[in-house]
Design a protein around this ligand. Structure first.
Ligand SMILES: Nc1ncnc2c1ncn2[C@@H]1O[C@H](COP(=O)(O)OP(=O)(O)OP(=O)(O)O)[C@@H](O)[C@H]1O
Length: 513
C-alpha cells in the first residue's frame, strides 16, 4: 500500500465573479518531496497555493493535511499548522528590521520567545544552519530583492514549518542566487520538510523537483515524475502545443542613432556610485542588449534614462535633443516607452482598472480625453484590443489590475508600451513572470518593433532572452560597460568572463564615434 499523502487537495473550486480560477482541482503532495507547479499565466497556480496557506478560501472541495481535513481562515492559522508561503510580492514592512517583521502581530504566540535577544539568537541560528546570511537587525529597505526573499524564507522557518510554498521564487533572482535557492530547497528536504514551488523556468524545475504538476485553465492537466519527462514535453503540456525554443529572425538593419548616452554617471537611491561613465548608442532598427549580474548599475541606468533618478554628470540625447534631467512625464512625452523591472513600483497602479492602467501616460490625449474629460468608449475599445492581441487573461476592462495574475499584469504593461508607437523602447526584464508560450509571442512582438525601425535597449538577467532577440550585447559590470559581443551562444564563456568583470582575452568594442 502506498503511504498516505502528506497533503491531498480534492476537487477544489474557486470563482472570482465569472472567472473560474480553480475548476475542480485534485492534487497530492508527498512528504519530503520537491513538487513543482507549472502552467500558463492565469492557469490558477497562485490561487491554488493561496488556498492551501489560508490567504484565499475555497468555494468547494477539501484539503486534507497530515491525514486531517483542514480549512484555514488566515495565513496565521496555516502557519500554526506548519504551512508557510512566500509570495511573488513580499509581505515585509520596509522600515522595520528583520526581527521586528518576524514578531509583528504575533501577540501571545510569542510567549515562548519573549525577548528580543532570544528572537535575534534564533534568527542567527537558523540563518547559519541554512546559510541564509540574514542579520536580525538589518532594515528591510536596505536589502536587495534576493536578500529580502531569504528574509521571507527564514520567517517561515522561524515560525516553524513542515510545508513551504514558494510562488515564482526565482523570477527576481540572479543566476547565482537561483543556484543558492535551489540548493536551499534540497537542504530543507533533507531536514524533513516538503517544498512546493511555482516556476516558469523549465530548466530549474527539471533540476530540483521530484514531481511536477501542470495546470491549465484552472484544472490539473497531469502530475509527472521528473524522470519521465523533458522540457519540450512539459512545454507542450502547459501550452497545449509545441513551443519553438528558437525564434526565426532576419538580420537587423540599423539606421540613425536614436538614443545616445554619453559618459553618464549617477548614484543609486542609497547614494552610492552606480554608473561610472556609461556611453552607448542605440540605432533605429536594432535591439541592444545589456547583460550583467544584477546590481551592477542596470537598475540605475534604466531609472536615469526615464528621469526617475538624478544624473550626476554626462548626457542622454534622444533624437538629437538633450533630455538629461527632464522629469519622467516630459521624457515619456518624447516617444520613450518603458517596460520597468518592478511593475508594481513603476509600471502599473494596482487599485486602478485595466482601462485606466492602459492610458496611464495618455489620460489627456485624444481620443482618450477631450477638454480634460475621459472618453470611456475609446479607452475601453483600445484596452479590449490589447487584451485580445496579447491574450491577457481578464474578465473585463473595468476590472482592477490587482486582480490579474502576475504574468498577465506584465503582458498588459508590454502591450501598453508597444502600442504607443515609441521611437525608443527601454526594457528592463521583458519576460519576468511570463509563461513560455506568451514569452515566444512577446519576443516576436519586440522583433517586429525592431523591424519597424524602433530603437530598443533591453536590459536582462536572462541570457536566453538576450541571445534570442538582441543584435548586439553589451556587458555591464560595476557601473561600466566592459565589452560588447554578438548574440552568439558559442561565446557564452566570454560573456560569463565579462559578467564577472574580467576583460583579458575579450575583444573590446571599437571606440564610439
Ligand atoms: N482577487 C481576484 N479577483 C478576481 N480574479 C482573480 C483574483 N485573484 C486571481 N484571479 C484570477 O484567477 C485566475 C488565476 O490566477 P492565478 O494568479 O492563480 O494565476 P497563475 O497561474 O498564478 O498565473 P501567473 O503565472 O501569471 O502568476 C486569473 O484569471 C486571475 O485573474
Amino acid at each position: 500500500m502506498s503511504p498516505k499523502p502528506f497533503l491531498r487537495i480534492e476537487n477544489i473550486r474557486k470563482r472570482f465573479g465569472s472567472v473560474v480560477a480553480s475548476d475542480g482541482v485534485s492534487l497530492e503532495i508527498d512528504e519530503g518531496e520537491i513538487h513543482a507547479l507549472l502552467g500558463e499565466n492565469g492557469a490558477g497556480k497562485s490561487v491554488l497555493m493561496s488556498m492551501i496557506c489560508g490567504m484565499v478560501r475555497p468555494d468547494e472541495g477539501e484539503i486534507v493535511y497530515k491525514g486531517q481535513s483542514v480549512r484555514f481562515n488566515s495565513p496565521r492559522e496555516a502557519i500554526r499548522q506548519r504551512i508557510g508561503m512566500v509570495h511573488q510580492h513580499f509581505m515585509l514592512v520596509p522600515n522595520l528590521t528583520v526581527a521586528e517583521n518576524y514578531i509583528l502581530g504575533q501577540g501571545s504566540a510569542l510567549r515562548v520567545i519573549n525577548d528580543m535577544d532570544k528572537v535575534h539568537a534564533r534568527i542567527r541560528e537558523l540563518s547559519e544552519r541554512y546559510a541564509l546570511d540574514v542579520r536580525p537587525e538589518a532594515r528591510i529597505e536596505d536589502l536587495s530583492v534576493g536578500e529580502q526573499q531569504r528574509v521571507e524564507i527564514l520567517k517561515a522557518l522561524f515560525h516553524g514549518i513542515d510545508l513551504l510554498i514558494l510562488d515564482e521564487p526565482t523570477a527576481v533572482l540572479t543566476p547565482q542566487e537561483t543556484d543558492r535557492l535551489l540548493a536551499l530547497m534540497g537542504d530543507l528536504v533533507k531536514d524533513g520538510k516538503t517544498v512546493v514551488f511555482i516556476s516558469h523556468k523549465l530548466d530549474e524545475v527539471m533540476r530540483v523537483s521530484n514531481r511536477i504538476s501542470v495546470m491549465r485553465d484552472g484544472r490539473l492537466v497531469k502530475t509527472v515524475n521528473v524522470a519521465d519527462t523533458d522540457a519540450r514535453g512539459l512545454a507542450r503540456m502547459m501550452v497545449g502545443r509545441d513551443v519553438r525554443m528558437e525564434l526565426p529572425r532576419g538580420p537587423a538593419a540599423p539606421g540613425r542613432i536614436v538614443l545616445s548616452i554619453e559618459n553618464l554617471a549617477c548614484r543609486s537611491e542609497t547614494g552610492l556610485p552606480a554608473l561610472r561613465g556609461v556611453s552607448l548608442d542605440v540605432r533605429s532598427g536594432e535591439i541592444v542588449g545589456i547583460a550583467g549580474v544584477s546590481g551592477n548599475g542596470q537598475t540605475e541606468l534604466s531609472l536615469a534614462l526615464c528621469g526617475l533618478l538624478p544624473v550626476d554628470s554626462g548626457r542622454v540625447v534622444l533624437n538629437g535633443q538633450d533630455i538629461t534631467g527632464l522629469d519622467p512625464a516630459r521624457i515619456n512625452a518624447r516617444s520613450v516607452a518603458h517596460i520597468p523591472e518592478d511593475r508594481h513600483k513603476h509600471g502599473i497602479v494596482l487599485p486602478l482598472s485595466l482601462g485606466e492602467n492602459t492610458i496611464l501616460q495618455r489620460y489627456n490625449e485624444s481620443p482618450f480625453a477631450t477638454s480634460g474629460m475621459l472618453n470611456r468608449r475609446p479607452i475601453r475599445e483600445h484596452t479590449r484590443d490589447l487584451i485580445r492581441r496579447f491574450r491577457i487573461k481578464s474578465r473585463d476592462v473595468d476590472q482592477k489590475i490587482s486582480e490579474l495574475s502576475g504574468g498577465n499584469q506584465q503582458k498588459l504593461v508590454v502591450a501598453r508600451e508597444l502600442a504607443r508607437n515609441p521611437d525608443f523602447i527601454l526594457v528592463n526584464q521583458l519576460t519576468r513572470g511570463i509563461d513560455i508560450g506568451a514569452m515566444e509571442f512577446v519576443m516576436e512582438e519586440m522583433l517586429k518593433q525592431r523591424d519597424n525601425g524602433r530603437a530598443i535597449l533591453l536590459i536582462s538577467t536572462e541570457l536566453e532572452e538576450l541571445f534570442a532577440i538582441c543584435d548586439r550585447i553589451l556587458v555591464m559590470f560595476h557601473g561600466e560597460i566592459l565589452g560588447e559581443l554578438p548574440p552568439d551562444r558559442n561565446r557564452l564563456d566570454e560573456l560569463g568572463l565579462l559578467m564577472a568583470g574580467q576583460t583579458a582575452n575579450v575583444v573590446q568594442p571599437p571606440l564610439a564615434g
